[in-house]
Design a protein. Structure first.
Length: 371
């Protein structure tokens, strides 16, 4: 499934609480200058008119009719049916708004709405992290190839998407990959997003530097303090990202016990990976205890940081030997190392979401036409 040379056009929308950004994708590439309008999330009629007019203006710039509309929108949402639920950042959407069916009626094309974490994972699985890792393995002569991918996004919230053999897993309720509500290791009474988000980094920094709590520091500021690029409480800054990494590791450990694949990380906090990713890997490769106190591995597989050259080489090499087939003179290769690789987005989060939205729409259109 390669849509990089496809001539069909899909209209897209980056829907946020403050602004809506409209565009069009063809062959995995943006072909128009994006249009940005205030979301007007407090006024439902005005908000819906903004969405219709934004797509209409983009359509007028095209030489051909779009094949579909496909975009990410915040939840809670009934994604398969295109019904928007009660959104915190867009308060006008209360009680259920049939956004997808409305747009289908106006534009007479299929409309697909998904979670941004899902589309991020799908984009990286189609033309980003997943094919890059497989190409790297083939180039090294390895027979190991991966078909499954967990994509996580770190930012205002903690999102995830699951892709199996180039198919996005949505779940029966459109609620697959809701990693944000996995129980927190550091605060077991709460959920993981409280420790894996922008607010978490700022909170932990303030807890370990009470005199700094009143400062309006961004995660980028805290990253620069931790890295020694600016003055501040360096230990508190490092602890903020250490806790972030540990919490990501525990959430991913729960995910990887049920869904075996590679992991790619995106979102606004992803660029701070030098400070949190080693801790994530340590957590994944750590232990858990039996009731009698004996320790066993947290995972059945080993986790490797694919942003680290040495770990990447270990990941590629595996643990390969040649074993004899019983009652035969034949031998076969046996790779005894079960493993996953974890790395940072290769497309960039926004592009991955756009590519995911494009590929999802065309894949669905093709499947419906084949029926």
């Amino acid at each position: 499934m390669d849509f990089s040379n496809d001539k069909r056009v899909v209209l897209t929308l980056d829907g946020g609480g403050t602004n809506f950004v409209f565009s069009a994708i063809q062959g995995n590439r943006e072909i128009v200058k994006p249009l940005t309008y205030p979301s007007n999330g407090h006024d439902l009629p005005l908000c819906l008119e903004t969405i219709i007019n934004g797509f209409r203006e983009i359509s007028q710039q095209l030489d051909t009719k779009p094949e579909a509309i496909s975009f990410a929108f915040p939840g809670p949402t009934d994604y398969p049916n295109g019904i928007i639920g009660d959104l915190e950042n867009l308060p006008a959407f209360r009680g259920g708004v049939a956004l997808g069916p409305m747009l289908e009626e106006v534009f007479q094309v299929p409309v697909f709405i998904n979670n941004d974490g899902d589309l991020f994972a799908y984009g990286e699985a189609i033309s980003g992290f997943l094919p890059m890792v497989n190409q790297m393995l083939r180039k090294a002569g390895s027979t190991r190839q991966y078909k499954n991918l967990i994509g996580i996004t770190l930012g205002t919230g903690f999102g995830a998407g699951l892709v199996r053999n180039k198919e996005l897993i949505l779940g029966d309720n459109g609620a697959a990959g809701e990693i944000w509500v996995v129980r927190s290791k550091l605060h077991p009474h709460s959920f993981s997003e409280e420790c894996v988000s922008i607010r978490a980094v700022k909170r932990v920094y303030g807890e370990h530097c009470p005199d700094c709590a009143a400062q309006e520091l961004t995660p980028k500021d805290i990253f620069e303090i931790a890295s020694g690029q600016r003055t501040g409480h360096q230990n508190a800054a490092r602890e903020a990202f250490r806790q972030l990494g540990e919490s990501i590791g525990e959430a991913l450990a729960s995910a990887l016990t049920l869904f075996d694949g590679l992991v790619v990380i995106g979102g606004g906090l992803a660029n701070a990976w030098p400070l949190f990713l080693p801790e994530t890997i340590r957590e994944l490769n750590g232990t858990i205890e039996k009731l009698d106190g004996r320790k066993i591995g947290r995972l059945e597989i080993s986790a490797f940081n694919l942003e680290d050259q040495n770990e990447t080489q270990q990941f590629i090499a595996g643990k390969v030997s040649r074993i004899k087939v019983p009652f035969s003179e034949k031998t076969i290769l046996y790779d005894a190392m079960k493993r996953t690789g974890i790395g940072i987005s290769k497309l960039g989060t926004s592009k991955a979401v756009a590519v995911g939205a494009y590929a999802f729409a065309l894949n669905e259109v093709d499947k419906n036409q084949a029926k």
